[in-house]
Each structure stands twice: as C-alpha cells, then as structure tokens.
Design a protein around this ligand. Structure first.
Ligand code: IPM
Ligand code: MN
Length: 357
C-alpha cells in the first residue's frame, strides 16, 4: 500500500515524540511491505515564529493533500501567561480541525495491565477498564462567537450546536458501540444548558435507530465523579467538545499518564492523529517525554485511516511488550521502578522498535 503521510511536529515535545511515531511507521512499512511517503509542515508557536501565522496556507494545503496526518503538540508558556495575545498557537490546531472537517475525536482509554500501579487510583478500581470517548471536535463554545467589550469589563464565548453536528457524531459513536459491548453513555448538562437539551433530544432520536445499544444519559458533573469512582461502568462515551476535553484529561489518569493517550480526529476527509497531551515546554528538548502516545496514535492511523489492522496490532503489541519488559519513561514510573529501567524518549522509542514483529 502506498500512502502520503504529513508529519506536523508542532511545538515543545512535539518534535521529539513525532520522530518516534515516524520511525515506527517506517519500521511497519518495511516489515509489511508498504510505501509510506513522508512530508513535514509547521503549525502553532513554531509557525508563528516563522511566518506570523499559526496555520500557514502551505501547511493546510499539504494537510488536505495527504492521506493521514501525524501531529505532535501545540502551545507555548509565553501565551499562557499573556492572555491578551491575539495570535495564539492553539488557533492553528482549531483551524485545521475545522478546515479538515474533523468533527469526531476518538480517545481510547487503553489501560495496559503493566501500568496498573502507575496511576494514583487503586488497581482494583482500574482493572478491566476499556473506554472509548467520542468527543465532538468542531462545534461548541470552542467555535462560537467571542466577544470582549472595550473597557474589558465583559467577555463572552457563545456555546452553540446545530442538530446535524450532534447527529453525525452520535451516529459514529453508536456504530462503534455496536462493535464493542453495546453500551453508550451520552454526557451533557441538560439540566442547565439549552445546547445540552438539544444534544440529549438528538441523541435520543439516534438511539432509536440503534435499539441493540443500551443508552444512558449522564450529567457532566456526575460523569466526572463516576469516572474515577467506577471507570469500568463506561464503554463508549459520547460528549461535546469542551466536556470531552476535560473528561479525557481526567480519564488519562486511568491509563497512568497523559503520555499514554492517543487520539484520532476524523471526519469526511483526511484523518488527523495526535496524542492528547500538550507541548510540555518544561521538559522539551530534554529527552524526557513519553513517546508512547505518539506511537499509539500511529496504531490508530494504521487501523482507522489505512484499514491495516494487523499492522496496528503489531504496534500496540510492541508497546505492551516494552512495558512488560519493565521499560518506563519517568511519567509512568513509580517509586518501586528500578532506576535503570527508566528511559529517555529516544531509548524508549528504540525499545518499541525492537519489539515490532
Ligand atoms: C486537546 C487540547 C486542545 C483542545 C487545545 C490545545 C486547543 O487541549 O486537543 O485536547 O482544547 O482541544
Ligand atoms: Mn485537551
């Protein structure tokens, strides 16, 4: 199979982790006889520095022309401490999501047994957890009109949803639920928000098309609590953009670390694969970042974008074998991890390569 893959390292640790995602893709291409052609493009703070634009036209064109995109991370502390900055790295990510129509963000909470003791939650609470989040990605308060009055005494972000936006993500989530344990939990705040009442109404309608799937509706505050109390009760979770952003960071602690969670953003065109973690400027360039989220994003790319299930499994198994052999990056080590088992980004990436069959 021949495929064109665009790598967008982005900011901070993005470069270090996508390097390993790319190496894994190269190894898979060689072992399974595929031709992956790579190109690279800039986005975020890196792109602002180079061109003044967080998403240069050239990057967008390359993205649209590619078969899949592997993205690293976005953001810079400089902007976090300067809320008045008009041009911001994150605008690049939001714009590319919108432009590519990436309305469905799949975030699997993949829990490796070897990492049961990496979480601050009890192993018996975690064991057996397997959740797939469907976070809506191109609507909600992220894209509604933003306002600030002249004397800076008032600001507003408009939260809105169109029926079709809820319908299409709900269908994707229900299709996935059918292939899993046929349980779907839709998370909203329908006791307060009008957008959530529309959300719930539409989900109820779509649910009727999938009578074989058991549907539950839950308020976001309750869901946030249940997720740490008893994560096993969840299977497919369907939710809006902002709620999904927050819930999946919380859920990353089930998997042991933000450094373990991969995601797939899909829609009608090119798919976009990225870790859920940020640019982590505090450890950037120090060979400390966990490359596994980027490598697991590659597994999602192989599976979802290219339909290469065996190859995707080979990547996930290589990650599992690396962990079974006791190798850890700092974020997934604990006080009983032997010092000589704690590796840097590059050494960890190298281990995974060695385990690819
Ligand atoms: C994520 C990130 C982004 C988001 C930021 C960087 C805009 O937190 O992908 O979860 O909020 O969607
Ligand atoms: Mn986030």
């Amino acid at each position: 199979m021949k495929r064109n893959i665009l790598i967008i390292p982005g900011d901070g640790i993005g470069q270090e982790v996508t390097t390993w995602g790319k190496q894994v893709l190269e190894s898979i291409a060689q072992k399974y006889n595929h031709e992956f052609v790579f190109d690279e493009a800039i986005m975020g703070h890196t792109a602002i520095e180079a061109t003044g634009d967080p998403l240069p036209q050239e990057t967008l064109e390359k993205a649209k022309a590619s078969d899949a995109i592997l993205f690293g991370a976005i953001g810079h502390a400089k902007y976090d401490n300067d809320p008045s900055a008009k041009v911001r790295p994150e605008q690049g990510l939001l714009k590319i999501r919108k432009e590519l129509g990436l309305y469905a963000n799949l975030r699997p909470i993949l829990l490796f047994d070897e990492l049961l003791d990496a979480s601050s939650l009890k192993p018996e609470v975690l064991r057996g957890t397997d959740i797939l989040f469907f976070r809506e990605l191109t609507g909600d308060v992220y894209f509604g009109e933003k306002k600030r009055n002249e004397d800076n005494t008032f600001a507003s972000d408009l939260m809105n949803y169109h029926r079709y936006e809820v319908e299409r993500i709900a269908r994707k989530a229900y299709e996935a639920a059918r292939t899993r344990s046929k349980k779907l939990c839709s998370v909203d705040k329908a006791n307060v928000l009008e957008t959530s009442r529309l959300w719930r109404e539409v989900v109820q309608e779509i649910a009727a098309e999938y009578p074989d799937v058991e549907t539950e509706h839950m308020f976001i505050d309750n869901a946030a609590m249940q997720l740490v109390k008893n994560p096993k009760k969840f299977d497919v979770v369907l939710t809006a953009n902002l709620f999904g952003d927050i819930l999946t960071d919380e859920a990353s602690q089930i998997a042991g670390s933000m450094g373990m969670l991969a995601s797939a953003s899909i829609g009608d065109g090119t798919g976009f694969f990225e870790p859920i973690h940020g640019s982590a400027h505090d450890i950037a360039g120090q060979n400390k970042a966990n490359p596994l989220a980027s490598i697991l994003s590659v597994a999602l790319m192989l599976d979802i974008a290219f339909g290469l299930q065996d190859e995707a499994k080979a990547v996930t198994s290589a990650v599992a074998d690396t962990l079974k052999a006791g190798w850890r990056t700092g974020d997934i080590a604990n006080s009983s991890t032997p010092q000589d088992k704690i590796l840097g980004t590059n050494e960890m990436g190298q281990k995974v390569l060695e385990f690819i069959k």
